[in-house]
Design a protein around this ligand. Sequence first.
Ligand code: ATP
Length: 428
Amino acid sequence: MSRISIADLGDLKGGENITISGWAQEIKILKSVTFIILRDSTGVCQVTIKGEPNLIEKASTLTRESVIMITGTFKKDGISKSAPEIACTGLTLLNPAGTPLPLGITDPVEADFETRFNNRILDLRKPKNNIIFRAKSSILWGIRKLMTDEGFVEVQTPKIVSSATEGGAEVFRVKYHEKDAFLNQSPQLYKEMLISAGIPKVFEVGPAFRAEEHNTNRHLNEFTSIDIEMAFSNDDDAMQMLELCVYQGITELMDKMGKELETLGYKIVVPKKPFPRMEYTEGIKILEENNVKFNFGDDFSSEHLKIIGSKMDGFYFITGWPEQVRPFYTMQRDDDQRFTKSFDLQYKELEITSGAQRVHDPNVLIKRLKEKGLNPENFEYYVSAFRYGMPPHAGWGLGLERLTQIALNIHNIREVTLFPRDRTRVTP
Ligand code: ATP
């Protein structure tokens, strides 16, 4: 007798004795037969109990979502058309579920957002929600594989830091023994330092913290940042690597889960490479053509990006951002210092990555820090890494949640986050 998953039933001939465990999704007691719809992470099956008073008695006391173990015989041509069937010979209650359930797993009417996220573990049992996290993992696996094949070293940098990466107010302060410290907004400064440490290609997948107070469908206070940094590279090299990463992540998803996702209503589209590129100034032109007033040097708002994005199909880069809207470590263009060697990757109005070639001259770095109103002393640990031979380098930071949103066409970023952290939510 072997313990198997529901998906494995498809490989059986019929007549085998099996043991299978999962959640009792539904229990139906009829006159001549009792049915249990059993669910595991791979699907549902129908357990049939006939003429076994002991088993019927046990089944009748089961509550929905209790964890049970069934032994029985697999029936290839059972009565159920929609789910594989098992003729039950044994039922063990492994752990009962309390009643009432705060949230029904199969209820046709969706619970409201607060109820769902207050009871997230039940919400995640719904196949349509559960699959999102296998999909996210699959995208990440595609990217990890690519990065490793390309010779990148996966690193882990500190998340408790002494200075805010980007400056500004959007940083969480934490008590660190007798000092104050911050939760890192991005691994930017550390991954650059590793370039000087002789690791020419680094990548990191880790949490990034932003204390921004937005309540939008694309912002979290804690998100997963995929970051890379490459030595002896420029902004164009970084863009090509980014294109490949997005392509590989979505291709992996399509190959491994495309069909399964489709049965749950998700349609995956693998993007075509290369992604089109547009200069910041071309974006301004599009706005002007649409009678929107815009000042050179401002950042595009989401309303602006809606207009610009409506002209573009799928992923596209915006390049050549003015230095005012980019962080101090961004390299300026040689021919016109008003512009930087930077880019954002967009999907319609949603920004999913920003990147650039970085400054590698420590004197320029200090000048830029001052120009941005930051105190170079607070960044000395970082600037010192530039004093003893820092190669030219470039890189980017990509939000895994935003990429997952796009791949699955999901409107709200919280849906692709197991336990989202936002302005009002810090539990569960
Ligand atoms: P936005 O303008 O959308 O707030 P940003 O310019 O602050 O984003 P960056 O600091 O450039 O973003 O971060 C790089 C990437 O990290 C973004 O393109 C996005 O994918 C992701 N990201 C940044 N902030 C958040 C956030 N609050 N929630 C989720 N993802 C984020």
